[in-house]
Design a protein around this ligand. Structure first.
Ligand code: S3P
Length: 428
């Protein structure tokens, strides 16, 4: 599907964006593991969360969705049932990586599959630590999906130093450790999103810039109520749009402000963005608040390597902000972008080249210089990646001549209502 966008003069108004994707996944998973009924409000209705729901339904959990909430009847410890079919993770890396940790600790066999993109993404990063824990797998040479997880009679706790800054790998190991009486510890040198820690109330020891996170069966989740704040990664598209378009003022209600996730706000503020925060609160261990964004003149700044894991999902839209900021946009130390839903370095660079900009692609990032000198109506490509689709949808409405995005349907992975939200706030 090619989505056409006309130029928008400014954006104004208020949006209640859908729930955070990372927290929605974990709320469903932890509710499914807990004994009894849990309710999840403001969840993210999207293809990715449906993949997680579908996997747990196949393991015997009753999960009922209405527009307002998800009600999950969890199976309790040892209660998950052997799935009769393969578990389809769709496009969702978070489903695949986190569920592998849970499945490695079960006494039944299961097989994970995914769509074309997910089937190319690395699973070695979770197979390696789980193998150290004694897990057993049947896999292919490339160590990608499909992946069969076999029961193991020697599944045990480990201490693991994360070799890659990945919350998915961290959470996978921790979720394996959730089923063991001995303590499993994961040490991370670079801070990655900490929703697993927050939602399960895990002990975290900070020392010399590293964090040591411990888990055991004592942390097994109990049924409860989850209120999911709106997704900061989804908000990022609107924050950038309101910052760039003149005469704009946008309010985004109840947005996740977890410190391991809101690096995008600090980077944009360093660039000169006018972002204020009201009504801060905490629920389920997660902070949130209302964001007010006004148009501002932006300048590009150095993006430090320490903040990369924090803003990893926001780099495509940040690069769009960079196009309208003084100076060159440069991002390095971000090779993880190459193993996302697409190779996001390659997909951003090839779209930006259509604008006649000077784009230098590096193994771990890219640099963009020059001025947009293509004034014809361009057709960008999402390459089937939701965040690339939204980033270039935002760019299209900023461009005087408008633009179009191929394979725009990919937005269904994290924000199926993107076009409606854009429409509500657009002054044409
Ligand atoms: C996620 C972690 C990140 C992020 C993904 C969601 C999570 O991946 O890119 O969208 O919910 O744990 P990595 O941890 O692999 O970087």
């Amino acid at each position: 599907m090619i989505q056409q966008f006309s130029h928008v003069k400014s954006v104004n108004g208020t949006l209640n964006l859908p729930g955070d994707k990372s927290i929605s996944h974990r709320s469903v998973m932890f509710s499914a593991l807990a004994e009894g009924t849990s309710t999840i409000y403001n969840y993210l209705e999207s293809a990715d969360i449906n993949s997680t729901i579908d996997c747990f339904r196949k393991m015997g959990c009753e999960i009922i969705k209405t527009e307002e909430k998800i009600v999950v009847t969890g199976k309790g410890k040892g209660g998950l049932q052997a799935p009769a079919e393969k578990l389809d993770c769709g496009n969702s890396g978070t489903t695949a990586r986190l569920i592998t940790g849970i499945l490695a600790a079960q006494n039944f066999e299961s097989t994970l599959v995914g769509d074309e993109s997910l089937s190319l993404r690395p699973m070695k990063r979770v197979i390696d630590p789980l193998t150290l824990m004694g897990a057993k797998f049947e896999t292919n040479d490339k160590l990608t999906l499909p992946l069969t997880i076999l029961p193991s009679d020697d599944f045990h706790a480990i201490e693991y130093i994360l070799p890659v800054a990945s919350a998915q790998v961290k959470s996978c190991v921790l979720l394996g450790g959730l089923f063991l009486d001995e303590t499993t510890t994961v040490i991370e040198k670079e801070a990655t999103r900490n929703h697993t820690e927050n939602l399960l109330g895990l002990d975290v020891l900070e020392k010399d810039g590293s964090r040591s996170i411990s888990i055991s069966s004592k942390n097994y989740p109990v049924a409860g109520i989850y209120n999911v704040p709106s997704d900061i990664s989804t908000a990022a598209f609107f924050i950038v749009l309101a910052s760039i378009l003149p005469n704009s003022e946008l309010k985004l209600n109840h947005v996740l402000l977890n410190k391991t996730r809101c690096g995008i706000i600090s980077v944009l503020r360093d660039m000169g963005a006018d972002i204020s925060i009201e009504n801060e609160k905490i629920s389920n261990g997660e902070s949130s608040g209302d964001l007010i964004i006004k148009s501002a003149r932006l300048k590009n700044c150095e993006i430090s390597s320490e903040i990369i894991a924090n803003i990893i999902d926001e780099i495509p839209i940040l690069s769009i902000a960079g196009l309208f900021a003084d100076g060159n946009f440069i991002v390095r130390n971000a090779s993880e972008l190459r193993v996302k839903e697409t190779d996001r370095i390659a997909s951003v660079c090839s779209n930006l080249r259509l604008l006649g900009l000077e784009v230098n692609e590096y193994e771990d990032g890219f640099e963009v210089a020059g001025r947009i000198d293509n004034r014809s109506e361009l057709v960008f490509d999402s390459y089937g990646d939701h965040r690339i689709a939204m980033a270039f949808g935002v760019l299209s409405v900023i461009l005087e001549q408008g633009g179009a995005v191929k394979n725009f349907g990919a937005v269904g992975v994290s924000n199926p209502k993107f076009l409606e939200q854009l429409d509500v706030i657009s002054d044409k």
